[in-house]
Every structure is written in structure tokens, then in C-alpha cells.
Design a protein around this ligand. Structure first.
Ligand code: AOF
Ligand code: ZN
Length: 421
């Protein structure tokens, strides 16, 4: 279906392309004035723009294959096109390994010189764990590069584009840009803020309760919604709960999806009340559990936990509890780019108060629990002045059998995700 579409739109592009290059010769400043160029192209080459979007859509699909495996790197996809045919595809598979462009070139079925590359993120210009992609594209004689979004990494940030333009590659930036930015919302946040992108996940009844008055919470949502939570755990690098959740439910906090890595488990436990036989403390060799504590915790217990293989992080105190801003800084330094916050309500309240949350995912089940003392997703003192309550923007609503899932962002974050270069 994709290929048929590509062929049907592709036939007249050679003529359009030639006129366009002729115009570019007449207007050499065009390389600097991408927006003017894009406007001109829109009027003259509507079909080419459609083709650009189609190939970029394919690059996005490829990029997505890296989900849960590339962090703290971005997910990136690349498609090589020559004479209206896809001659190579690739994506970034794992942090430390080849970038998308390198994989697409390696997979090419023919000489890539003169080809167009569609890449969801600006090709890198720096030597990181791997060599600069912009240099490789120049060396391989790529004629045109269509880029989804700029790379916010301060080591790149436009330098990849400039390198390619200086070498004579025709560069277009911003094709499906909102989609490309959204795909990498975690990377865009982490690379600049240097602390994890936090997603607060809650599961509640229709009347907003996360447990009955006696504390029963298993299960409020149905199987399909719970399976979706497993997919979330595969997507984010870490998962965090408060020690109360460990004491009440003794969860394993693993990802039970086949072939997925377990998230790093983080427990906020200011006094280290965690029992040594807690499920999250077993199998530490696989994936260590981080215990975020304060200097109120006994040093002997810290030592025993470390002997079990856990990592103990001593954080500043805030109201006698772990200062979450300090914890986020420490986690950021440890390379943790994203975190799924799974409650309980006291920790959620503190997270909201300390402004560490970027996104909310709420599952709602058609169940009425009631009870003035039954817990709600966000505890703590709450906000007394309604005008000060953060009003979020709903991005998506999905249905899982009888349950619904709402994905919402803080308004300014939503505009940031959709911001244009
Ligand atoms: C690209 N294509 O597929 C990716 C890019 O340490 P390295 O060498 O893996 O570099 C990581 C940085 O490179 C990362 O922070 C981001 O700026 C960029 N990622 N760039 O051209 C890719 N994954
Ligand atoms: Zn690269």
C-alpha cells in the first residue's frame, strides 16, 4: 500500500525537481532561507512535499522500533531514496551502536551517491560513542537530506545541518516535525534539563479512588489496561514508588513483556523501612534497585542493602522526606532519562508539589468505590486555591475493554513538544 502510493505520486517529480534546482541556482541565498524555499516549494511542488511526508512517515515507523532500547539516546529512523525508489532503510537500535543513517547506508541495495536521505532527527556533527553522521553523508555523496527535527543536543544543535549545507547538500528541515519531536519527548527533555522525564501513572475508579477504605487495590482496572502498563514499563528507563507501596503490596515492579528489559526500580524510602525480603530486592544482579533515602536512615541498614546489590542514594530532606528535586538531579547524573511514577498517593502529592512531573497517564475503570477515607491518586496537602491547580491538556484518550486511558500534558510542555524549529 505504501509502495503503491509512493509510485503513484513519484512519477512527475523529476521535472519538478529540475525546475526547483534551476530556481535554486538563480537564488543562491535559498540555502540560508529554508522557510522561503519551503514556501516556494509548497506552491510549485505540492507532490514532492507529499512524497517527503510519506518517506518521513516511513522513517518515523523505523525509528519507533528502537523504543525502550536506545535510551538515553533518541529513537531515530532513516530512509534512502534514489530515482523514487527506497534503496536503504535503517534505525538506531541501541545506545552505543550505529546511528540510523549508518544502518541505512549499510543496508543500501546500491550506490547511495546522489540519493536523498530522510532522517527523523538532524544528523549528528560530533564524535560521540560513534562518529559524526553528517560527515558520513557528505563522504557518501548524498545529494539531499530531509530532516524531521533539529537535534537539541548542545553538541549538535544545528551544526549537523550547517556541515551538510556547507558541503553542498540540499537540506530541508521540519518535515513532520511535530511527530518527530513527540517521538523523542523524553530525549528532548533529558538532553537539556539533565534530569529524567517523569510520567505519573495512576489507575483509579470512576469516582477517583485508587483503593478501598481498607486498602484493597487489586485490581481496579481490567487485564487489557494492566497489559498496557507492562508496555509502559518497557518504554521508560526507571519506575518509582514510595516505600508505603512496597509495605502494602510487595510488588516486583518488573516488566513481564517478552523480550523487554526490566526498568530500574527506584524506591523513595526516607528512613529505609523496606523489609530485606521485599520482592524488589531479589535478583539484584539483573538490574539493581535504587533506594532513595535521607540521612535519617540507619547506616547499618544502608550497608546491608548495598551488600544485597542495591544502590543507596542519600538525598536532601524536604519536610522529613526525600527531596525529589535533589533525587531527580542524582538520577539524571546516573544517566536515567525517564521515569514512570507509579504512586502511592503520598509520593504523587510530593511529586506534584515539587514540580517534577511532565506527563500524566490515568487509567479509569467503571467502578464506584466511595468512602471519604479511601485514597485518591494524589495525596499530600493538595492545592486549596482552585485557580492555582495545574490545568492539563489532554493529548489522547484510548479504551482498553471497559477502562479508559487518558494521556495529558502540562500545557506549556504540550506547546514545547509541538514547537517548530
Ligand atoms: C544521529 N542519528 O541515529 C542518533 C543520533 O554517543 P553517540 O555517538 O551515540 O551520540 C549520541 C548523540 O547523537 C545523541 O545524544 C544525539 O544527539 C545524537 N543521536 N544522531 O545522527 C542517530 N541516535
Ligand atoms: Zn549520528
Amino acid at each position: 500500500m505504501f509502495l503503491t502510493l509512493v509510485k503513484s505520486i513519484g512519477s512527475e517529480i523529476v521535472i519538478f525537481q529540475s525546475i526547483f534546482y534551476f530556481l535554486r541556482l538563480l537564488f543562491p541565498f535559498a540555502g540560508e532561507a529554508l522557510n522561503l524555499c519551503d514556501l516556494l516549494r509548497f506552491f510549485l511542488f505540492g507532490k514532492e512535499i507529499k512524497m517527503d511526508a510519506l518517506y518521513m512517515q516511513r522513517a518515523l515507523e523505523l525509528a519507533q522500533k528502537g523504543i525502550g532500547r536506545v535510551h538515553p539516546n533518541p529513537m531515530v529512523g532513516a530512509v534512502l531514496v534514489k530515482d523514487h525508489r527506497i534503496i536503504g532503510e535503517g534505525y538506531h537500535k541501541k545506545c552505543g551502536e550505529a546511528h540510523a543513517e549508518v544502518n541505512a547506508i549499510a543496508a543500501a541495495s546500491e550506490d547511495v551517491s546522489g540519493a536523498t536521505i530522510y532522517v527523523t532527527l538532524e544528523p549528528c556533527s560530533h564524535q560521540g560513542r560513534t562518529p559524526p553522521c553528517a560527515d558520513l553523508l557528505i563522504e557518501k555523496g548524498i545529494a539531499r537530506a530531509v530532516v524531521g527535527s533539529l537535534d537539541p543536543n548542545p553538541l549538535v544543535a544545528g551544526r549537523g545541518i550547517r556541515k551538510m549545507q556547507d558541503a553542498g547538500i540540499n537540506v530541508s528541515v521540519g518535515v513532520l516535525e511535530p511527530e518527530c519531536r513527540k517521538l523523542n519527548e523524553v530525549f528532548f527533555h533529558y538532553i537539556t534539563a539533565k534530569h529524567p522525564y517523569v510520567v505519573m501513572k495512576t489507575a483509579m475508579s470512576l469516582d477517583g479512588k485508587i483503593a478501598t477504605v481498607s486498602g484493597q487495590s487489586q485490581w481496579i482496572t481490567g487485564e487489557a489496561a494492566r497489559a498496557d502498563v507492562q508496555a509502559l514499563r518497557a518504554q521508560y528507563t526507571a519506575i518509582m514508588v514510595g516505600v508505603e507501596t512496597i509495605l502494602c503490596d510487595d510488588p516486583r515492579l518488573t516488566c513481564r513483556l517478552e523480550g523487554s528489559e526490566n526498568p530500574i526500580r527506584i524506591i523513595a524510602d526516607s528512613k529505609l523501612r523496606i523489609p530485606l525480603d521485599a520482592a524488589v530486592l531479589q535478583n539484584q544482579a539483573d538490574n539493581p534497585t535504587y533506594l532513595a533515602t535521607t540521612d535519617q536512615s540507619p547506616s547499618e541498614k544502608r550497608r546491608v542493602l548495598e551488600q544485597l546489590g542495591a544502590k543507596v542514594l542519600i538525598c536532601r530532606q524536604r519536610d522529613g522526606k526525600v527531596d525529589l528535586t535533589d533525587l531527580m538531579e542524582q538520577l539524571g547524573c546516573a544517566g536515567i532519562d525517564s521515569l514512570l511514577l507509579e504512586g502511592g498517593s503520598t509520593l504523587n502529592g510530593a511529586a506534584l508539589e515539587q514540580g517534577i512531573v511532565q506527563k500524566v497517564i490515568a487509567y479509569i475503570a467503571p467502578l464506584l468505590i466511595g468512602g471519604a477515607n479511601a485514597k485518591t491518586p494524589i495525596g499530600g496537602p493538595g492545592i486549596s486555591d482552585l485557580s492555582k491547580a495545574p490545568r492539563l491538556t489532554i493529548d489522547r484518550i484510548e479504551r482498553y475493554d471497559e477502562d479508559i486511558k487518558i494521556i495529558a500534558y502540562w500545557k506549556e510542555m504540550m506547546t514545547d513538544v509541538y514547537r517548530h524549529c
